[in-house]
Design a protein around this ligand. Structure first.
Ligand SMILES: [Zn+2]
Ligand SMILES: [Zn+2]
Length: 111
């Protein structure tokens, strides 16, 4: 499942289980009317394209760095470099898990 954002407020959607099924839902409970329509259109209109999108969604191609996710244990993560305000030389690195998208923050230089 790829990251999706609320069409109303832009919040990251979270999986929500309801009596009617399980779907991505805004934490602020905004309705996401376009989500279902999109998936129906993709499967019926162009099956090949839908499958291709599914494949790219499942795998984060930027997650090529060896990093053990502290949340799910997946061993590949996307490296995101950010500057630390309190240091001129060292940077902070964020490792975004290629599986669950959990972000671990590492300090200092990478080897
Ligand atoms: Zn929202
Ligand atoms: Zn993870």
């Amino acid at each position: 499942m790829s990251s999706m954002f609320c069409t109303t407020c832009g919040s990251l959607l979270i999986p929500k289980t309801t009596p009617y099924g399980k779907w991505m839902s805004c934490p602020n409970n905004h309705h996401q009317p376009e989500l279902n329509q999109t998936s129906i259109a993709l499967t019926s209109k162009n099956n090949q394209q839908a499958q291709r999108i599914e494949v790219t969604d499942d795998k984060n191609h930027l997650a090529v760095h060896s990093h053990l996710c502290t949340k799910c244990g997946y061993n590949k993560a996307e490296l995101i470099e950010i500057s630390c305000s309190y240091s001129d030389e060292d940077n902070c690195y964020r490792m975004k898990c290629g599986h669950c998208k959990h972000i671990d923050i590492l300090e200092g230089k990478l080897r």
